[in-house]
Every structure is written in structure tokens, then in C-alpha cells.
Design a protein around this ligand. Structure first.
Ligand SMILES: [Zn+2]
Length: 410
């Protein structure tokens, strides 16, 4: 991913790390537990889902055809009030199964009942980075303890400070957020400028946009970023650029909730830090990074009338390396010796991946989850040829459907 370089040869892993990448070589002293003939398929860094609400798989196709405001208040918040830790445990596992089948090796997840979610992540072998979800309805009182506990829970789990959004968080709570960032010199992440109503509401309350407000309050003094960034002004982009903040795009969710289209090309023109996420299954409804990467590449063409507005390799980097750096996974960003073995295999023998005129373009414009042959996290194969090694999918389907009975009728 560093320079669009494809190496023909071998990749070795040892424990949780990549130990060799290069031309095929024989080493008589090396004993492997397993050797895999990739048959011309492609190994690449796992896709990083840099904004999601994993346990929202419960709301998939449960409440659609709403705009964001009605969707949240009529369909989602009343159901989330009834969600139990057991719900979050099982519905997160369903999301992990979906992520693994789609070549996703880490997620940046904003939700609640985090300890039960962490248990599901570790049992599944999934790399889970939590983002604080605090707002005026709750979460701020536990935020610091979550930060301490979940950064010391398991090597697969980490926690970043975060809050839901400006429109759900009063000024006092925003001040508290800033103080906590300063106490720990920590980056902060939040939903930002997702809809034009959100930006207008913030201007009515404070006379400025959310990005300018958070910047003024010192919330971004130690970095961080924002999810969606659809309605950013040039000034907002300048702030994010100046501070090296991450803009995370969620094209499917923004289209489905009628929120708008992020002008991805404007972020690339400024050489900003960008990453990609699916958002939750309630607003997407798929959890496919391939679908996101396709839309993030082509949607700018509509506004610019320029079919070359966004370079596909820039988007592939955002979906892999960018996501890893955004969520602090500095060892999972590229395939290189010494890096974490968070690797996927793309089946180049699928009809949609042939001919190999340009592999990057094939991935962005033509691939889908069906092209993922193998997903490895931390040196362990968790998904291969449609089978899971840590998740009992039949059990997950049985349990989640049972739990839906308490959630569907509201
Ligand atoms: Zn979201």
C-alpha cells in the first residue's frame, strides 16, 4: 500500500506478525505449521471499518426509508433504550461475521454495553477499537473509566475518547470532553456535519460550525477526527488539515438517510487524512467496505463532471492504511516485515476480478465481499472459503433471531 507495489512471491507469518515478504525462497531450517498455495490470488492489508456501530445489526431492515432525524428519534433511540448487554454481545458477533466475510480486520466502533462487546470481540479474535459514544443521555460519567479499562483489556481491544455529536451534547459536556482530552493528551472523535440541519442547528446555538466550535473548545488539541463530514465548509477542512484530523466517509449511510454526498475530491485536493467506514447496519444496511470504496471513488464525478475526480488507489489506501492510522493501529497499516499479520486474500480467480488489467481498479470498481477468500487477524485465520474458525454462525443466527422478538415491536 505504500507505493502501489505488487510483489510476486511469498508472505510468512510467525505468531501475530509478518516475518517475511519477498520472492519465494527455500529455508531448510524453517518449519511451517501450514503452507497455503494462493494460486495467483492477492494478499493485501485487511480493510479497516473506521466508523461503525457494530451491534446495530439488530436494526438491519427494521426501520428504513427515514431521514436521519426521524430514523434516530422514531426508530432507533426507543429500541436502543431496551438493548441489553446480551443483545450487544450477540449482535456484535453477527457484525464480526459480516466484517470477516468482507475482508475487514478492524473496526472503529461507537456504541454502548462496551464490556460485553469487548468479550465478544476477544472470543471472535476480532480487532476492535472502541470510540466513546457519550452524549446528554449518558456515557460521560463512565467515559474516563472506559478509557482506562478498555485500553488495558486485551491486545485486540483499545479505546479512543469520543462523544456522539454536537446536537446531542450540551456545552457543559463538551467542556468536560475537552478537559478529559487534555488530562490524557488524547485524540477525540465524533459524528460531525452529517446533515445540513445539524450544521444549521449548531450555527443557531453557537454562531459557528461544529468543526470550528470543537477546535475553539480545545477538543481537537491532541488530534482525533470526525465521522461523515458531509457538510464541511472550506474553513472546516482547513481546521482538519491544520490539525491532521481524520475525516471518515460513510457514503452508503449518507445516501440512504438522504443526508447528502461528501465531496471526497475536496479532501483529497488538500491532501487530508481520510478513512472510510460503513456506519451501522441500521442506516447502511450492508457492512461492505467494497461498496463504500466504490461510492467514495465515483460519487465526486457527479458534482465535478470529471470522471477522474478521485483516484481509486487513494481510496484503497484510505480503506486500509488510512483506517488503521485513524484508529491508532500503527502496526496494522501495511504488509511489511514486523507488522501485525492482519491480512486478507482476494480471490483473483473470481470472474469479476479478471482480466488483471489493473488490480487496484478491479478491487475498487468490480470487487465485492464474495471475492474475499481468507481473513487473518493477529496471525490467526478467522475466515477461509466461507467458514469461520472462531464464530459459530448458526449459533449467532439462532441467538440474534431469538433476541429480535424483544426489539422488533415498539
Ligand atoms: Zn455513526
Amino acid at each position: 500500500m505504500q507505493d502501489d507495489k505488487i510483489i510476486e512471491g511469498e508472505l510468512w507469518t510467525e505468531n501475530d506478525r509478518i516475518s517475511y515478504i519477498g520472492p519465494a525462497k527455500t529455508d531448510a531450517d524453517k518449519k511451517f505449521d501450514r503452507e497455503i498455495d494462493c494460486k495467483g490470488s492477492l494478499l493485501m492489508p485487511g480493510l479497516k471499518n473506521a466508523h461503525t456501530h457494530s451491534a446495530m445489526t439488530f436494526s438491519r431492515s427494521l426501520a428504513d426509508e427515514y431521514c436521519l432525524n426521524d430514523w434516530l428519534h422514531k426508530a432507533i433511540f426507543p429500541r436502543e433504550a431496551k438493548l441489553t448487554p446480551e443483545n450487544v454481545y450477540w449482535f456484535s458477533k453477527l457484525a464480526y461475521a459480516d466484517y470477516l466475510a468482507g475482508g475487514i480486520t478492524a473496526c472503529f466502533d461507537m456504541y454502548f454495553h462496551k464490556y460485553d462487546n469487548a468479550k465478544a470481540a476477544v472470543e471472535s479474535g476480532f480487532r476492535h477499537v472502541f470510540c466513546g459514544a457519550a452524549n446528554d443521555y449518558g456515557g460521560f460519567e463512565a467515559l474516563e473509566q472506559n478509557y482506562i479499562d478498555l485500553n488495558d483489556y486485551d491486545p485486540l481491544v483499545s479505546f479512543k475518547l469520543g462523544f456522539h455529536a454536537e446536537y446531542t451534547t450540551c456545552e457543559d459536556n463538551l467542556k468536560f470532553m475537552s478537559e478529559l482530552a487534555h488530562k490524557y493528551n488524547a485524540p477525540v472523535y465524533t459524528h460531525i456535519s452529517e446533515t445540513s440541519d445539524e450544521v444549521e442547528g449548531c450555527k443557531e446555538r453557537y454562531g459557528i460550525t461544529p468543526a470550528v466550535l470543537f477546535d475553539k473548545m480545545g477538543i481537537f488539541d491532541f488530534g482525533g477526527g470526525g465521522f461523515h463530514c458531509v457538510w464541511f465548509t472550506d474553513e472546516d477542512r482547513d481546521i482538519f488539515k491544520k490539525r491532521g484530523l481524520w475525516s471518515v466517509f460513510n457514503a452508503c449511510s449518507n445516501l440512504k438517510l438522504a443526508s447528502g454526498i461528501t465531496p471526497v475530491y475536496k479532501f483529497i485536493e488538500k491532501d487530508m487524512n481520510i478513512a472510510i467506514g460503513t456506519d451501522g447496519a441500521g442506516s447502511n444496511n450492508a457492512l461492505s467496505m467494497f461498496r463504500e470504496m466504490y461510492l467514495d471513488t465515483v460519487l465526486s464525478n457527479v458534482e465535478t463532471h470529471n470522471a477522474a475526480a478521485v483516484d481509486p488507489f487513494t481510496i484503497l489506501k484510505a480503506g486500509t492504511t488510512g483506517g488503521a492510522l485513524c484508529m491508532g493501529l500503527y502496526d496494522s497499516d501495511v504488509l511489511a516485515e514486523g507488522k501485525k499479520a492482519d491480512i486478507i486474500m482476494i480471490d483473483m480467480n473470481k470472474p469479476c476480478m479478471q482480466p488483471e488489467n489493473n488490480i487496484v481498479r478491479n478491487i475498487i470498481y468490480s470487487a465485492d465481499n464474495d471475492c474475499v477468500k481468507m481473513t487473518m487477524i493477529d496471525g490467526k485465520i478467522l475466515y477461509e472459503d466461507g467458514n469461520y474458525t472462531t464464530i459459530d454462525l448458526d449459533e449467532v443466527i439462532r441467538e440474534t433471531n431469538k433476541l429480535m422478538k424483544g426489539l422488533s415491536d415498539i
